[in-house]
Design a protein around this ligand. Structure first.
Ligand code: FES
Length: 149
């Protein structure tokens, strides 16, 4: 079976046919049409959809996933080398996300520079809400360093 129907793709991936059609409008997948006008997908789209699902679980937006997947060839089954390129791109972005999550985890119990001044640590790390000079939001979570004591 070289090409598969939308129903088969939906059953194999667990993604609703309506979502598959939505992915198509975003350009994430590009099915062919048979003589009767029905969508026909390369079997490799099972892997493509599975990767989209996994990437969404890790917090990638559909437009960002689309940017990354555009590096895959159009009209032919991606090779191992093609997938390695995509894997490297996801790997570096995932590493950044992991670093951000670790920073979030490690700073949640201390002052995050949000301006609430509700912890005793705020008087040390963010006296009189000095973090606000960097802009709105939890400045120390967003990458600004507390002032030097
Ligand atoms: S936790 Fe909000 S300013 Fe310190």
């Amino acid at each position: 079976m070289k090409e598969i129907s939308i129903g088969y793709l939906s059953r194999r991936t667990g993604v609703a046919t309506s979502a598959l059609r939505y992915y198509e409008t975003l350009g994430l997948i590009t099915p062919n049409r048979n003589a009767g006008g029905q969508r026909r997908y390369p079997r490799s789209d099972i892997r493509r959809i599975s990767l989209i699902m996994a990437a969404q679980r890790f917090g990638f937006t559909l437009p960002r996933i689309n940017d990354l997947l555009r590096r895959l060839p159009n009209g032919r089954t991606p090779s191992k080398a093609d997938w390695e390129i995509i894997g490297d791109l996801f790997h570096s972005e995932l590493t950044e996300k992991i670093n951000e999550l670790e920073r979030l985890r490690d700073t949640l119990s201390s002052c995050i520079g949000c301006g609430c001044l509700s912890m005793t640590a705020c008087a040390l790390y963010n006296p009189e809400d000095q973090a606000y000079r960097h802009g709105p939001g939890p400045r120390y979570l967003m990458g600004n360093a507390p002032h030097k004591i």
